[in-house]
Ligand binder design. Structure first.
Ligand SMILES: C[S@@+](CC[C@H](N)C(=O)[O-])C[C@H]1O[C@@H](n2cnc3c(N)ncnc32)[C@H](O)[C@@H]1O
Length: 416
């Protein structure tokens, strides 16, 4: 098991240096042949450590007031503290493994320190956790600047949003409307001993997340995994048979698939990232549906657009992803306050570039998985100022709850 601690500490290091958790985990798994159980353990420990990083750092500084000269030892301690404070792993085993892992670093100089710190953590557990509750970054496990922004935007809800963002995410399914509905699929799951409930006509919330291989009909495209908040996009766009539709930021293709399930449309699924775009193709193959899949920059339509206007455009623009932090706990530590200016610029430029591609009387849905107003309502207000032929039909800020992630949608119509 000390191998898992070492790998987990390495994943934390790569995230600290700016890699996403998904990339860092994939790299660790490529480097080392792991059994399915070890892969699961590595995933649980890294996701958990990043979810609780504010608290773990606070506890570590209480036990060792100054950062250690060897950052690998710091990360090893954070991982071991996560295991001691938040998992059912046997205390003695966690400490032994961390000491063995420390023996391999810095000529074993910190073996004794690692042993002492972890034993102190166990002895002082209750006091340390109580003290962490009194420090906002430790209590809410988000950077201080993030707390301030959220507090300003949501004076009444900020603490609930943060608590929700620190929970494990729900696993929600979208039943392919071409093959069935939520009520029928819930019954099918029940017959297999899997508890679930319908959220609407085609969305199903699983009581316990599972591997997709256990889902009846997954391989045949009868069902997909998609958060309920994300499922609102295709519904809002209200696609009808025969329409020309553009999904301008399509990868990995969750919303493209949903749009195609709802009507026989001519869909262009575009994304600038050719590697991510292969996942759109894979998803559509599994669903047995087809689109014109294009690797190109949505902001440069002259390069790829045939000049025929679209009846519907989905602009699911790149964003801070602040509404899906519980699925990607690295996000809150990777983002910087300065990112919002660059993201806002990109969001405005993409919306402006896409607007001329929309037919008169057509609709464009501006979407983000962010809860920050500067990426959402404020972007749309500025867009409406720049485009007098645009009318806001409806917008909604979804905040993360037990049933869905945080999303923003604004449905814009082009005056005829
Ligand atoms: C929020 S994700 C889209 C999620 C997708 N709509 C879904 O439901 O599965 C944003 C996507 O925008 C893409 N993107 C970023 N800049 C782009 C650009 N200039 N043109 C096209 N796609 C872009 C990214 O590669 C990323 O895949």
């Amino acid at each position: 098991m000390h191998l898992i601690q070492e790998l987990a500490a390495g994943v934390l290091e790569r995230v600290e240096k700016g890699r996403t958790l998904t990339e860092a985990l994939a790299q660790a798994q490529r480097k080392q042949e792991l059994s399915p159980a070890e892969r699961g353990a590595l995933q649980d420990i890294t996701y958990g450590s990043l979810r609780q990083l504010g608290q773990l750092r606070f506890v570590l500084r209480r036990l060792v007031p100054k950062p250690l000269p060897v950052p690998e030892i710091e990360r090893l301690l954070l991982v071991a503290l996560y295991q001691l404070l938040h998992t059912r792993a046997a205390d003695y085993a966690v400490v032994d493994q961390a000491v063995n892992a420390a023996a391999k670093l810095a000529h074993g100089k910190f073996k004794g320190l690692v042993n002492g710190v972890l034993r102190n953590a166990l002895r002082q557990r209750d006091e340390l956790l109580a003290a962490a509750q009194r420090d906002n970054e430790a209590r809410y496990n988000h950077p201080r600047w993030w707390l301030q922004r959220l507090r300003a935007a949501y004076p009444a809800q900020w603490a609930d949003i943060l608590d929700e963002s620190n929970r494990h995410p729900p696993m929600t399914l979208r039943v392919n409307a071409r093959h069935g509905d939520a009520a029928g699929y819930v019954a099918e799951l029940a017959a297999q001993g899997m508890a679930a409930r319908a959220l609407d006509s085609h969305a199903v919330l699983l009581e316990v997340p599972c591997n997709v291989r256990e889902l009846p009909g997954f391989a045949d495209g009868r069902v997909s995994v998609q958060d309920w908040g994300a499922q609102q996009a295709a519904r809002w766009l209200d696609v009808q048979h025969g329409m020309r539709v553009l999904d301008a930021c399509a990868a990995p293709g969750g919303k493209s698939g949903h749009l195609l399930e709802l009507a026989d449309i001519e869909l262009t699924a575009l994304d600038v990232d050719a590697a991510r775009l292969t996942r759109v193709t894979d998803n559509l193959v599994r669903l047995g549906l087809a689109a014109n899949v294009v690797a190109a920059d949505a902001g440069q339509p002259a390069v790829w657009w045939d000049g025929k206007p679209f009846d519907r455009i989905l602009a699911d623009v790149p964003c801070s992803a602040s509404g899906v932090v519980r699925r990607h706990p690295d996000i809150k530590w990777l983002r910087r306050p300065a990112d919002f200016a660059a993201l806002g610029q990109q969001q405005g430029a993409l919306s402006d570039a896409l607007w001329p591609l929309l037919a008169a009387g057509g609709k464009m849905l501006y979407a983000t998985c962010s809860i920050m107003p500067e990426e959402n309502r404020q972007q749309v207000e500025a867009f409406l100022q720049r485009h007098p032929d645009a009318q806001l039909l409806q917008d909604e800020q979804l905040l993360p709850t037990a049933e869905h992630d945080g999303f923003y949608y604004a449905l814009l119509a082009k005056r005829s």
